[in-house]
Ligand binder design. Structure first.
Ligand SMILES: [Fe+2]
Ligand SMILES: [Fe+2]
Length: 402
């Protein structure tokens, strides 16, 4: 097989990368292009780049919609060992795939420094180099300069360096990151990244400006408002939510803040909750009149906004649905709902151990069991069962069955 290798940090992968993969297949008759994200690029420390889990997932998503493109995990573990270099990778591939021919794909800016890379001759011994040049070398100075560089490299080293001329989508990962960090809308970034990848980025809040919360001040206020056992529970929920966020690749700080504030209105009596909601124009449902304690979620959402200054809609929504859940919950909704049930200070529910284990490998299944147990407990006690709990249970049962 003729195989193209496209390496890089892919932080994040974008349409320009995938165009290179498609164009290389067409122009060089390649059978496959392997996208090879670096676990730990030699020139960047672990803190400067996005988690390799997310970068690799985004590459997988991009490859899924491009013919004969595959994400290779060869470089994945290099973060744990020493930085890897292109010549080592290409020599290893040549040793392993003796029947195949490798083409190393690079953008025109990389060719300027190719002679400064580690062991350029050993790279050229292991594969052919393909350079993507923007524009036309006869009309375009930059392309002409690259052609001259290729000619000089050919004098300096043995091996093949093949130029391909094409007009790519003009974007770099750095530019895309900056756009996302500055709050670009979906419409603004979709010319440069596919919708599936963008949805993933939005879901995990990648490349966003992080909001700093003064959690010490939150804890101080909560300690003043809540009784000691409720405060202890609050800490347990916040820590558990942060742990679940780590497990599921969600923003840990958002999850922690949601946990801290989820019961911030729970110090009020039922009467006080009714009054608070009425005074602040919060609609009260029939179900909440029958079970006013449920109002602490709605009042808590409002209080998180006005007393704690939280503007993040995802956090506010998670607080508002933490008692009953709701159909089609966001990842944070699910994390908070489950953390509230399994936090270490809870000890009453009879299937707690099973649900705690489940929560860390199948969040939706854990939600289903929590709802099942909640409904069975409420019905057993002949208490009022809110329609929201039933709707959530029906939704996740249907999801499980599909
Ligand atoms: Fe609560
Ligand atoms: Fe709670």
């Amino acid at each position: 097989m003729r195989i193209g290798i496209l390496g890089g940090t892919f932080d994040p992968i974008h349409k320009g990368h995938m165009e290179m993969a498609d164009v290389a297949q067409k122009e060089l008759g390649l059978d496959e292009v392997w996208i090879m994200p670096a676990g730990s690029p030699p020139h960047k420390s672990g803190d400067e780049i996005t988690s390799r889990i997310h970068r690799f997932e985004l590459c997988e998503l991009a490859c899924a919609s491009h013919r004969n493109c595959l994400t290779m995990y060869r470089e994945f573990s290099s973060l744990m060992s020493k930085p890897n270099y292109t010549y080592l990778t290409m020599e290893a591939l040549k040793r392993e795939y003796t029947e195949d021919e490798f083409y190393f794909l690079m953008g025109q800016d990389s060719i300027d420094y190719f002679d400064k890379w580690r062991e350029p001759q050993r790279i050229l011994d292991a594969c052919k180099i393909v350079v993507f040049l923007r524009g036309d070398s006869k009309k375009d100075d930059r392309a002409d300069q690259c052609m001259k560089k290729i000619a000089s490299l050919k004098n300096q080293f043995q091996g093949e360096i093949l130029p391909i001329f094409y007009q790519p989508t003009s974007i770099s990962s750095t530019e895309l990151r900056t756009m996302l960090f500055d709050g670009a809308t979906d419409e603004e970034v979709l010319p440069f990244i596919d919708e599936k990848e963008l949805l993933y980025i939005r879901k995990f809040h990648l490349y966003e400006k992080k909001v700093e919360y003064d959690t010490k001040a939150f804890l101080q206020k909560l300690k003043e408002d809540l009784k000691p056992s409720r405060f202890t529970h609050t800490i347990g929920v916040a820590d558990t939510a942060a742990s679940l966020a780590m497990k599921y690749g969600y923003d840990m700080n958002r999850a922690y803040v949601s946990g801290l504030l989820h019961d911030c209105a729970k110090y009020m009596t039922n009467e006080q909750l009714m009054t608070y909601c009425k005074n602040n124009g919060l609609a009260i449902t029939e179900g909440e009149i029958k079970a006013p304690h449920l109002l602490h979620a709605k009042a808590g959402e409002h209080m998180a906004k006005v007393k704690y200054g939280v503007k993040d809609e995802e956090i506010l929504h998670a607080i508002s649905v933490h008692t009953t859940g709701c159909p089609n919950m966001s990842l944070l909704d699910k994390i908070l709902f489950v953390a509230d049930y399994i936090e270490p200070n809870r000890d009453k529910a009879h299937r707690l151990q099973e649900i705690r284990e489940l929560a860390f490998w199948n969040l939706d299944f854990a939600i289903l069991l929590i709802l099942e147990d909640t409904i069975s407990y409420i019905e057993g006690k002949n208490q009022y069962l809110d329609q929201g709990t039933i709707d959530t249970f029906d939704y996740y049962l249907k999801e499980k069955n599909s």
